[in-house]
Write a protein that binds this ligand. Structure first.
Ligand code: SAM
Ligand code: SF4
Length: 365
């Protein structure tokens, strides 16, 4: 007989079968999962939330993922790259407002010019902040040499979602060619770890064809990969992408949000001391989606510092919020949401993953 939700949480036996039961829990039972995650969060990472000012550096992408609004094959977005003075202005803003860190995210490019541009930006941000701003990158799969160059120039965290740990599903949501290769993505995660980054990964939740078993496997995958941080969120359809034709297979948006919150809570429960982002995609499905994610175990928020004129160009999915919101307004909203969730902002702190610190320490002793 399968165990009940309360029995699994009590026994702390997080097998695949038990994780599936937890992912399928009713709304009422989900509250038990969230309460357990909140308890573990308080004990292992505390109630501080860390801000990472987000720059969506460029929507130019050489890849063609079937789900993404800025995929190479989509002719509608006006392609852009944020200029150096604009990036540095955002870095000043982050510094002046007590953000400990920045995140630079971008479409994937592997050409020399782009790699050099990112390297130069990293060095300049480090100089202008006197080393005070920590920097996370999310720029897809690169060579070991590129990862090393960017690390040496000042980036110390890197987010690379596996998108789904199910190889078959991976190939349903990506073209089958050399640029979209599951093993290469896995290899990139290994390279990031080798170079010395705090390594983050994540998945999309509620994809067409995805099952609770797949999501349970994703949680086990994160554990096996020993990731330091995670950025997960609901999959949200975009009309100008190939995956849109499967929209009738999707679960309703409220259920997708609940499932995403359960994934956050279960990752907190199973990995305890990792950093987990409350993502924009959660906020897209509910105004208080990020607040809910903080209550479910997340501890990182990435306020968008991309200049407003570029925001329409970075529509990964439909109804992405913040395209015409002033930065100051959104920060004020965020602070209110964070306080409402019973958390504090860790101003001026990097807020690195405690999991990373522990694995570095363990590797020395
Ligand atoms: N190009 C880099 C990469 O793919 O790793 C970083 C930028 S990419 C836009 C960041 C993340 O956006 C992806 O990892 C993917 O999970 C997410 N994303 C793209 N399209 C999405 C969609 N339709 N719904 C939800 N998330 C999406
Ligand atoms: Fe490009 Fe990343 Fe979008 Fe894939 S998910 S198309 S790599 S920006």
């Amino acid at each position: 007989m399968p165990l009940k939700v309360s029995e699994i949480l009590e026994s702390e036996l997080y097998t695949k079968e038990n994780l599936v039961t937890l992912l399928n829990a009713s709304l009422e039972d989900s509250e038990l999962i969230f309460a357990k995650a909140a308890e573990i969060k308080e004990k292992f990472v505390g109630s501080k939330v860390f801000f990472r000012g987000l720059i969506e550096l460029s929507n130019i992408c050489s890849k063609n993922c079937y789900y993404c609004g800025i995929r190479r094959g989509n002719k509608s977005p006006v392609r852009y790259i944020v200029s150096e003075p604009e990036v540095l202005e955002a870095a000043h803003y982050a510094l002046d407002n007590g953000f400990g860190s920045m995140v630079m995210q971008s479409g994937e490019r592997i050409d020399k010019r782009f790699i050099g541009y990112v390297e130069a930006l990293l060095k300049k941000i480090k100089i202008l902040s006197g080393g005070r701003l920590g920097i996370t990158l999310s720029m897809g799969e690169q060579t070991e040499e590129t990862y090393r160059r960017w690390f040496e120039a000042g980036a110390h965290r890197y987010l690379l979602r596996i998108e789904t740990s199910n190889r078959e599903l991976y190939y349903k949501i990506h073209p089958q060619d050399a640029r979209h290769n599951y093993d290469q993505r896995l290899e990139a995660l290994a390279l990031l770890r080798k170079v010395g980054y705090n390594v983050g990964s994540g998945v999309m939740i509620g994809l067409p064809f995805q099952t609770s078993e797949d999501l349970a496997e994703d949680l086990l995958f994160f554990k096996e990969q020993d990731i330091d941080m995670a950025g997960m969120g609901p999959y949200i359809e975009h009309a100008d992408t190939p995956l849109f034709k499967f929209r009738d297979l999707l679960i309703p948006k409220e259920e997708r949000l609940l499932l995403s919150l359960k994934m956050v809570a279960l990752l907190r429960i199973t990995m305890k001391d990792v950093n987990i982002a409350a993502t924009t995609a959660m906020q897209t499905l509910a105004k208080d989606g990020r607040e809910k994610a903080l209550r479910a175990g997340a501890n990182i928020i990435m306020p968008n510092l991309t200049p407003l004129k570029y925001r329409e160009g970075y529509l990964l999915y439909e109804n992405k919020p913040g395209t015409n919101e002033q930065v100051e307004d959104s920060i004020r909203n965020l602070e209110n949401q964070i306080h409402a969730a019973g958390c504090l902002v860790g101003y001026g702190e990097w807020g690195d993953s405690k999991h990373f610190a522990k694995r570095k320490y363990d590797s020395k002793v």
